[in-house]
Write a protein that binds this ligand. Structure first.
Ligand code: SAM
Ligand code: SF4
Length: 334
């Protein structure tokens, strides 16, 4: 039995998030600039390399694998990769295979995802208003995403909606979004906007809407019960007493979750980031491509985990964006 991955702060690494592409069919204003330059294809890990990389992590004790991007479902032949990963579910080595998607391709792929063993997915959706949706995603169209969510539920996938909380944008839709999710039996998680990437003129501090305020507004309608469950990440959950609805809050800026952090991220070029909020990373593509054996790769993974930082440095409190990291979320994978 291989030794599991334990970092210097005694945290076991059991959760891997993998970005399979930096490309996307949307251009959300908080994530990408309108004129993004994408990486040349040869820089990306091939589907075979992604398989080797993820399988190495599964051998080293990763139990949960989240596929992300960019938009993972725009990567060519991505279903081949999902089907191939399902073998680790069948052996029981992997407990969960999941993805985060903007929903645009779900109508096409929901059944295939379910057939590959995916049971739960996250769909990002910040507004229920068609015009606002087009504004925030620049290139996205709401009806297409709605059809995708319908198809996912029909296929048997449990859907969680991820909503980035944006002041002066979806503040007025808080109740509508919450009620819509309850009526459709969708889980719901709100995310605080994070200072990622250089997006030109976007006013980050203006976009920031503290989830403390948001939670207080939900609590005006019904008492909220804190749920003890932790995912080892920045999400905290409550139950709305009046309806039983579960709502999550991802507050990377206002809460310290790092002590229980169980995750690492791989970019589409095979870099490992052991902390979302730090620039430190190591290359795994080199060792992966250097040899057909996975020995070098496993050594490189262990060496990277040995450098996992204690925590991140994001801080809005001094009214300047301290700890901002220059890369885009679509590069690291959200
Ligand atoms: N394209 C897929 C999607 O939108 O779900 C997967 C990748 S996307 C980078 C993953 C998540 O990151 C999305 O829920 C998105 O809303 C979130 N995200 C992107 N930029 C962000 C930012 N600056 N702050 C907080 N969340 C962000
Ligand atoms: Fe694309 Fe997701 Fe980023 Fe929006 S948040 S631009 S859908 S990668």
């Amino acid at each position: 039995m291989t030794n599991p991955l334990i970092d210097p702060f005694a945290r076991a690494i059991s959760y891997l998030r993998v970005s399979v592409t930096d490309r996307c069919d949307f251009r959300c204003v908080y994530c990408m600039s309108e004129n993004m330059t994408f990486l040349p294809k040869k820089e990306l890990l091939t589907l075979e390399e992604l398989d080797r990389m993820c399988s190495a992590f599964v051998r080293l004790g990763v139990k949960k694998l989240r596929i992300t991007g960019g938009e993972p479902l725009v990567r060519r032949d991505i279903m081949t990769f999902f089907r191939s990963m399902s073998r680790h579910l069948e052996t029981g080595d992997l407990h969960e295979l999941t993805l985060t998607t903007n929903g645009s391709q779900l109508e096409k792929y929901a059944d295939d995802l379910f057939a590959a063993g995916v049971r739960r997915i996250n769909v990002s959706l910040d507004t229920l208003d068609e015009d606002k949706f087009a504004k925030i995603t620049r290139w996205g169209r709401l009806p297409q995403v709605m059809r995708g969510i319908d198809a996912a539920q029909k296929a048997g996938l449990r859907v969680k909606i991820n909503t980035v909380a944006l002041q002066d944008f979806n503040e007025d839709e808080l109740e509508a979004l919450t009620d819509w999710c309850a009526s459709r039996d969708l889980d719901l998680t709100f995310i605080e906007v994070m200072p990622m990437g250089d997006l030109g003129n976007e006013d980050r501090l203006g976009q920031y809407w503290s989830l403390k305020d948001l939670r207080a507004r939900i609590a005006e309608r019904s008492p909220l019960i804190d749920l003890p469950e932790s995912t080892g990440g920045p999400a905290r959950y409550v139950r709305v007493e009046s309806t039983g609805q579960k709502i999550g809050f991802i507050t990377p800026l206002s809460h310290n979750f790092c002590e229980s952090c169980n995750r690492v991220r791989i970019t589409c070029t095979g870099e490992i980031y052991t902390c979302l909020g730090q620039e430190g990373h190591s290359d795994l593509r080199g060792p992966l491509r250097a040899s057909e054996s996975d020995a070098d790769l496993e050594d490189a993974i262990r060496a990277a985990i040995a450098l996992k930082p204690k925590g991140h440095d994001f801080d809005y409190s001094r009214q300047q964006i301290d700890g901002q990291v220059s890369r885009h979320m679509s590069h690291t994978g959200g």
